[in-house]
Design a protein around this ligand. Structure first.
Ligand code: AMP
Length: 333
């Protein structure tokens, strides 16, 4: 199969799975001068066909996706992975999709494992919620996270020891118990640039979650199911700490995986009323919360290029610079 070093950099194509942040990514790629392709793994082709900035649409099933890889590579494609791609395919299949990824491929398997994921954050020296190895030693309030839980579904809370004991007694699948942090959620977006040799703090969002932010009236347990996102700016006095955390994260990725952090990532945090920042999760690629800045640009992006950019535009810019310098291998894996 064609390797990235053999790509014709004048004819690059940017592809992603049609969901999540595909509109943001492909709109920006087209505007920057790349050909674009959307891969439909579900029956949403009629929707994506409506947008003129998408040059090619491929339909595939999860089982037949691999067959597309040689064709995409032949067409000089850089594939941008995102959360829905990983969710549809499962982490194993996603990680082994043989088209050059914009980003750090190896992080997919780390994220698929709750314990490895939290360990990476701790190795980065980023404060995380306390974790308890058994219900007996836990100090509620706690959040119980089932292995493989997605988008908040499969999480539940316990406010007392008795409740925790009752809720875990008959659980026969792996789970972790974390201290439930009381505060506000801030999902900080970063961009780790190999071309400019820096980590950029890019923007932030907070989530709009069913049965947490909805009209619940005490009638349902919190479910944390993400239905949308809202933009957030944090107090400027918090930004230096966030900046450090982003840099520490990128260094920890390089130290533990032996390969650099490439492109977007997100630290998912709760800020308490004492201004403690606790990180309960990360995403090693573009998060859907960046969509809140599509077409308008994120507030902090102006700090780096003196013009607002959304994350799709930032990625396209990095690709363009790498293509011009003929070093695509530095920003792909
Ligand atoms: P996640 O799927 O890990 O992004 O988490 C889903 C939601 O659960 C988050 O958006 C938070 O609102 C909440 N959450 C997860 N872990 C914690 C924690 N340790 N303390 C408080 N809230 C949490």
């Amino acid at each position: 199969m064609k390797q990235v070093r053999d790509y014709d950099v004048e004819k690059l194509m940017v592809a992603t799975v049609a969901s999540h942040t595909a509109l943001q990514l492909l709109r920006a790629a087209k505007k920057t001068g790349f050909r674009t392709a959307a891969i439909c793994l579900t029956d949403n082709k009629p929707f994506y066909e409506k947008f003129g900035f998408i040059d090619e649409i491929y339909t595939a099933a999860v089982d037949t996706l691999d067959k597309l890889a040689p064709k995409l590579a032949e067409r000089n494609t850089v594939f941008i992975p995102h959360g829905s791609f990983v969710e549809y395919c499962g982490p194993k299949k996603a990680q082994s999709f043989k088209v050059p990824f914009f980003g750090t491929r190896q992080l997919i398997e780390v994220e698929a494992d709750q314990r490895r994921k939290m360990m990476l954050l701790r190795e980065a020296g980023i404060p995380t919620p306390e974790e308890y190895s058994s219900p007996e030693e836990a100090e509620p309030p706690v959040i119980i996270k089932l292995a493989g839980a997605k988008g908040g579904a499969g999480y539940f809370l316990a406010f007392t020891k008795q409740e925790l004991e009752a809720k875990t007694r008959n659980l026969n699948q792996p789970y972790i118990i974390q201290r439930y942090i009381i505060g506000v959620g801030v999902y900080m977006h970063y961009f780790s640039s190999q071309m400019f040799r820096r980590v950029e703090v890019f923007g932030a969002d907070t989530r709009y979650e069913a049965n947490v932010d909805g009209r619940v009236f005490g009638l349902a347990e919190p479910s944390f199911v993400v239905v949308g996102n809202r933009p957030v700016v944090v107090r400027e006095s918090l930004l230096p700490r966030y900046m450090r955390f982003g840099e520490q994260f990128a260094s920890a990725v390089e130290d533990t995986l032996g390969t650099p952090m490439i492109g977007p990532f997100c630290l998912e945090t709760i800020i308490t009323d004492k201004f403690e920042i606790k990180c309960f999760e990360f995403s090693g690629r573009i998060v859907a919360g960046t969509n809140v800045y599509m077409g308008t640009g994120s507030p902090y992006s102006v700090l780096y290029f003196d013009k607002p950019m959304d994350m799709g535009e930032r990625i396209a810019h990095e690709l363009k610079v790498a293509a011009e310098k003929n070093c695509l291998e530095k920003i792909t894996s």
